[in-house]
Design a protein around this ligand. Structure first.
Ligand code: FMN
Ligand code: SF4
Ligand code: FES
Length: 578
């Protein structure tokens, strides 16, 4: 492709060149939009414009699943293959679609009309099986041909919203985002006004007193994190909203962004005021195109209305937000990998310490929070820490969003106060197990989680109760399995997910995830070898103990939990053990 016309690319690069390397991902997206993929000449022009070595541009392109160095179809279809979608029939659908595709295979040298790819969880698990067509979601997809898929583009049924309390989801579930006008008419940006009338220290104290802990998985106290950033020396300071949401089974942040974007912006602006940041980033996973567009519109509206920019609400506080799209790498949800990605690099996690509060984005003090964490902030300021603290349990305050998928009658997003028994959520709110079937287990915490059994049905959903029961709360994912499901197949899918998503920076995880996948394949095929049980345990514990970041440290969690609950499924078959 040497006769490629670089003129439109050169024009597009004028916007990105002044920013340098940090603009690499947006620049690659823009280039791919023009040419459909990123051939060498295009990559070289991007490298030249941004002054990044070409070899590093190639490194970045290869790291992210949504950038292509080879031609792909004008229509790219992603078919989710993770547990909730697999249980709803994505595997036979994929087979049908790819069989049909053979008749449409283009002659060599031409751009194919369609590319169909297996994808990890698309964050549409409540609509399983889920498919993305050119970035647009199709839920409950039971399609036979790709033409049928293309004609259906854009059909995303509304998410079932439920629960026993409606604080974080008060503005959700209308099938469209809440407009700025409506938001403000119902008290929106009132919490920001309140915050700006106080000192940053007082805002941090209020958040600390609320007992809010992070909803992104690590449950770190938010106020303490903010205080660390506020006290750190170094400037400028940054706040970052982590909207990467790629844990299989999770879709809560997508619903919040699509339905109630201004609440998240309000939370982030208050965070910036509290820690003394002048710039914020919202990093949204690449597959969430709709959420990205809605957040972008909301940022523009907020800027026009004076909630962002110079002298916000007439006070001496300047702050603005930039949106970034991820490009198909689960590891970029890990906070330091996310910073690297914003900086225009491959998403390799950094060694901690130093922690982001002192050495974060661009090496500066940074406070990073999950979308749901930030959605709690306006609420806390509006109702006051004391009233907020009364919701939930003593140690887990407030309400929590749970993403229920799999074999439940009503898969969807449920908001409940912490401390609600799992049984109430599953049976009363989500309608119980799909009809005619019984409960076998539930995966808590996503791919990095552990399995709950029937004996866990009465566990209360709080950090402390779940910890005692040996179950992670994670970011609030619960995938439910009835008695018909082969748990080895679920474990194989999770092992596949980690083997694909390991970034490869450290050996325990790079090799361990591959070995785990190989052994799980033998287990599922009934071809386990003598010693496989020990090998699987050894690999799992080595990853858990010796990996550099949370991905490797939890990559064996579900498999080890399954081995504990169902040891018979992992035994060497009689014929092989002799
Ligand atoms: C592999 C991996 C993936 C992660 N993915 C996400 C994610 O998608 N969203 C998120 O908010 N946090 C994610 N985290 C946690 C973040 O590193 C970080 O703890 C979080 O953004 C902090 O926000 P919080 O304190 O508000 O929870 C991930 C962590 C790991 C190890
Ligand atoms: S644990 Fe896995 S994902 Fe994390 S740094 Fe090591 S190889 Fe990368
Ligand atoms: S969208 Fe398929 S498992 Fe989440």
């Amino acid at each position: 492709m040497t006769d490629i016309d670089l003129t439109p690319l050169k024009v597009a690069m004028e916007e990105y060149a002044p920013q340098g390397r940090t603009a690499l991902l947006p620049a690659l997206y823009a280039a791919q939009e023009i040419y459909g993929y990123l051939p060498e000449h295009v990559a070289a022009e991007v490298a030249r414009s941004l002054k990044v070595p070409l070899v590093e541009v190639f490194g970045v392109i290869d790291f992210y699943a949504m950038f292509y160095r080879e031609p792909v179809g004008k229509t790219v279809i992603h078919v989710c293959n993770d547990p909730a979608c697999a249980m709803a029939g994505s595997e036979p659908m994929l087979k049908r679609l790819t069989q049909h595709l053979e008749f449409h295979a283009p002659d060599e040298g031409f751009r194919p009309s369609v590319t169909i790819e297996r994808a990890p969880c698309l964050g549409l698990c409540e609509h399983a099986p889920a498919v993305l067509v050119k970035g647009k979601p199709i839920g409950n997809a039971d399609l036979r041909t790709w033409e049928e898929i293309v004609e259906n583009t854009g059909h995303q049924p509304g998410t079932i919203l439920g629960g026993s309390i409606s604080l974080l989801t008060a503005n959700c579930g209308r099938g469209q985002k809440v407009s700025l006008e409506e938001f403000v008419n119902h008290g929106g940006y009132g919490a920001l006004r309140k915050a700006l009338s106080r000192t940053p220290e007082a805002v941090i104290e209020e958040v600390k007193a609320s007992g809010l802990v992070g909803r992104g998985g690590a449950a770190f106290p938010t106020g303490v994190k903010w205080e660390g950033t506020a006290r750190a020396t170094g400037s400028p300071k940054y706040v970052v909203c982590n909207a990467d949401e790629a844990e299989p089974g999770t879709f809560k942040d997508r619903v919040l962004m699509e339905d109630d974007p201004h609440t998240i912006l309000e939370g982030l602006i208050i965070a910036a005021y509290a820690v003394g940041a002048s710039k914020g980033y919202i990093y949204i996973r690449g597959e969430y195109l709709r959420a990205y567009q809605i957040m972008q519109e909301a940022v523009t509206e907020a800027r026009k209305a004076g909630y962002l920019g110079a002298a916000i609400l007439g006070k001496g506080f300047d702050f603005d937000i930039e949106l970034r799209r991820g490009a198909g790498a689960y590891i970029c949800g890990e906070e330091t990998a996310l910073f690297e990605s914003i900086e225009g690099k491959r998403g390799f996690p950094r060694v901690k310490p130093p922690f982001p509060t002192t050495f974060g984005l661009f090496g500066k003090p940074t406070s990073i929070n999950n979308v749901e964490t930030l959605a709690n902030i306006p609420l806390i300021l509006r109702m006051g820490a004391e009233a907020y603290h009364r919701i939930g349990t003593e140690k887990s305050t407030g309400s929590k969003l749970f993403c229920l998928s799999g074999d439940v009658m009503r898969p969807g997003l449920y908001e409940v106060p912490f401390g609600t028994p799992f049984r109430d959520l599953l049976e009363d709110l989500a309608g119980g197990i799909r009809s005619g079937h019984t409960f076998q287990s539930a995966l808590f915490g996503g791919a990095a989680g552990a399995f709950a059994l029937e004996s866990h049905l009465d566990v209360r959903l709080s950090f402390e109760d779940l910890r005692t029961a040996g179950l992670p709360l994670g970011s609030g994912v619960i995938t439910v399995f009835d008695e018909t499901r082969d748990m080895r197949d679920i474990c194989l899918r999770l092992a596949h997910f980690f083997a694909e998503e390991s970034c490869g920076k450290c050996y325990p995880c790079q090799m361990g995830t591959q070995r785990q996948l190989e052994i799980m394949k033998r287990v599922l095929d009934g071809k386990s070898l003598p010693g496989d049980w020990e090998r699987l345990q050894d690999t799992g514990w080595t990853m858990t103990d010796a990996s550099l970041c949370g991905l490797g440290q939890t990559a064996a969690s579900a498999v080890l939990s399954a081995m504990k609950h169902w040891p018979q499924l992992f035994q060497v078959p009689e014929t092989l053990s002799r």
